[in-house]
Design a protein around this ligand. Structure first.
Ligand SMILES: [Zn+2]
Ligand SMILES: [Zn+2]
Length: 353
């Protein structure tokens, strides 16, 4: 192959500006593909790596970024047919062969490869990634740019798998606790599956946004204890004749207060899916799970096999990504990251090389 000249912005040490690292790709190994990046989303996990509160699995310096879309420009043995294909690079790429993979739990495969964590990621012109699980994006894509599909990896697919795991059925009541990035997609997936959705947040602006994306009801939890949040939901159920049990509750805030509220919303035969993450601990009466005959589940990322359905939903306009994204040139990354760390950017940042 003709050598490919590229560069990426690498993290050398937490808290320090990223370094522009040039590289040459002159071969692609069997089973791998070189993707020319169209866009790469900036996720909370990246911010934790930048700040040093979470460490990458591969040693620094490392190019971060795991929400990647682009075009395959070179491929190793076994995947030559992929060259020229537009793809989303899944955030979690399992081995496909281990016991977890074979038992249908590939998203938690212990040999998984995570771009921008196990190997150089998408804040770059090119990424060399395992080829097996790349998700093709069709040419007809509802007027969206290929870069818009980058956020599918992680922000859109993770809540999609959470939805599937919850067992939600048409007509159910879904409660989404925390409607920031991931939560806005949780609302849309639940609505698409036929649920009446209650969005809960402490930010009135985010609640308004959730309503525009399909939440039928909202509860402003600011200043409310978990019990009061439950009372507010019960009030909505009574007033609007919504299902009184089997609630599907999704914790997408990744905060202790959100987790307490979500647990308080457990109902008879209900389900709680923990999608957000926090290092904080909460005190819960676990016996409620027994008394309600309820399910409590965790959800880590999303299996690559679910990606095509999400791509179709995005193209069909059933999931709105465009209004949740703002594009920035890749080379402004050292100006944009501090703004994101200071919570001065509301939308999902996508870096465009
Ligand atoms: Zn992420
Ligand atoms: Zn595996």
């Amino acid at each position: 192959m003709k050598p490919i000249q590229g560069y990426g912005w690498a993290l050398g040490a937490p808290g320090e500006p990223l370094q522009r690292n040039e590289f040459t790709i002159d071969s692609v190994a069997a089973g791998e593909a070189c993707v020319q990046v169209a866009g790469c989303g900036l996720c909370h996990t990246d911010l934790s790596f930048f700040a040093g509160s979470v460490q990458t699995r591969a040693p620094l310096p490392l190019i971060l970024g795991h929400e990647i879309s682009g075009t395959v420009v070179a491929a190793g043995a076994g995947h030559a047919d992929l060259v020229g294909t537009d793809v989303v690079v899944p955030a979690v790429m399992p081995c496909g062969d281990c016991d977890l993979c074979q038992s249908g739990r590939s998203n938690i495969c212990r040999a998984q490869k995570f771009p921008g964590n196990d190997f150089d990621g998408g804040f770059a012109t090119h990424v060399v990634s395992p080829a097996r699980f790349l998700c093709p994006v069709p040419g007809e894509r509802g007027g969206l740019a290929l870069s818009d599909f980058s956020v599918i990896a992680d922000a859109v697919t993770t809540p999609y798998q959470a939805l599937l795991r919850s067992g939600l059925r048409d007509g159910d009541l879904a409660v989404v606790v925390g409607v920031g990035g991931v939560g806005t997609y949780m609302v849309q997936h639940a609505r698409n599956a036929g649920a009446r959705v209650v969005a809960i947040d402490v930010d009135a602006h985010k609640l308004e946004h959730a309503r525009s994306l399909g939440a039928a009801f909202t509860v402003d939890a600011r200043g409310k204890a978990a019990g009061e949040v439950k009372k507010a939901v019960r009030g909505l159920v009574k007033e609007h004749k919504l299902p009184g049990d089997r609630w599907k509750v999704f914790e997408t805030s990744g905060t202790a207060a959100g987790q307490e509220a979500a647990f308080a919303l457990l109902s008879f035969a209900g389900a709680l899916v923990v999608v957000g993450f926090t290092m904080d601990t909460v005190s819960l009466r676990l016996s409620n799970v027994m008394a309600f005959d309820a399910d409590v589940l965790g959800n880590w990322a999303c299996k690559p096999e679910h990606y095509p359905a999400v791509v179709r939903d995005v193209i069909a306009g059933r999931v709105n990504v465009r209004d949740n994204i703002e594009n920035h040139p890749l080379d402004t990354i050292n100006e944009v990251v501090p703004l994101a760390l200071a919570h001065k950017i509301e939308k999902r940042v996508v870096f465009i090389p």
